[in-house]
Design a protein around this ligand. Structure first.
Ligand code: GLN
Length: 252
């Protein structure tokens, strides 16, 4: 890849939804893009601020119920535009609290129902016991390309996918969406929602590259084959997280 290309990132509510260093996902995307001669133009989007035109990759992190309640109406009002952008080929990564609020609604521990953006066909209801610990998933975002995702979850919300909705992956170890279905996350076209914090991308570089390729496909019409990078450190971090998940994930 020679010519300097650019990806526009719309980072939703960074000062409200950013726990477990979720912001680190943006740093990983920026570094891995730069190593391939691609520049990430990150635009932050706060409450009442316009969504910039031409966003290739939307990102939203996780947060406590209190912060979610502060931004939920604003995010819900962007729902139709976000759904249209994703139907038009934009990519997205939504983590935990952000993932929940891209669904239809989130009923928090106080019983208050927070409106969702309706991008993902799911809803979430907070339960009594938090689901905390390391998680390992098996995913197949591209036919025949099975990969594992390792991360950390901490949520009270139980997420129920609508009939026919596509999960992000199968739970190998951990709680996942609801500790019962055996699935985690959700995928709609190039948009991914997940409970996995960590941050997620440093120990799962294949997903970072998948998101970058999807964002470039939105920009150029074609998903490029990104040059491989020497991911030894990332592979070690993944292996450590996966082993921790296998040894103790998914236990209350
Ligand atoms: N507040 C939500 C819950 O408890 C999301 C938490 C998070 O983003 N880690 O389920």
């Amino acid at each position: 890849m020679t010519a300097l290309q650019e990806i526009t990132v719309g980072h939703l509510y960074p000062s409200y939804l950013n726990i477990y260093a979720d912001r680190g996902n943006i740093a990983v995307l920026a570094a891995r893009a730069a190593w391939r001669g691609v520049e990430l133009d990150v635009r932050t989007i706060g409450p009442n601020e316009p969504t910039p035109p031409g966003v290739d990759l939307f990102y939203v992190g996780g947060g406590q119920d209190r912060e979610q309640a502060l931004i939920a109406p604003d995010l819900a009002s962007r729902g139709p535009a976000l759904a249209e952008a994703i139907a038009g080929g934009a990519t997205a990564l939504a983590v935990c609290g952000g993932y929940q609020l891209l669904g239809r609604f989130y009923r928090d521990r106080g019983g208050e129902e927070l409106p969702g953006a309706g991008v993902f066909p799911l809803h979430t209801v907070a339960g009594e016991r938090r689901m905390i610990g390391d998680v390992l998933l098996e995913c197949e975002l591209e036919p025949g390309a099975r990969q594992t995702l390792a991360g950390f979850e901490n949520h009270a919300g139980r997420t129920i996918l609508a009939a026919g909705a596509e999960p992000l992956g199968r739970v190998v170890a951990g709680f996942g969406n609801d500790s019962e279905s055996g699935y985690e996350g959700c995928r709609v076209d190039r948009a991914i929602g997940t409970y996995l914090h960590g941050p997620l991308l440093p120990r799962n570089p294949w997903l970072a590259d998948w998101l970058l390729a999807q964002a470039l496909a939105h920009r150029t019409g074609e998903a490029p084959l990104l040059d491989p990078l020497p991911d030894d450190l990332e592979a070690d971090a993944h292996a450590v997280a996966a082993a921790r998940a296998r040894s103790r994930g998914g236990r209350f």
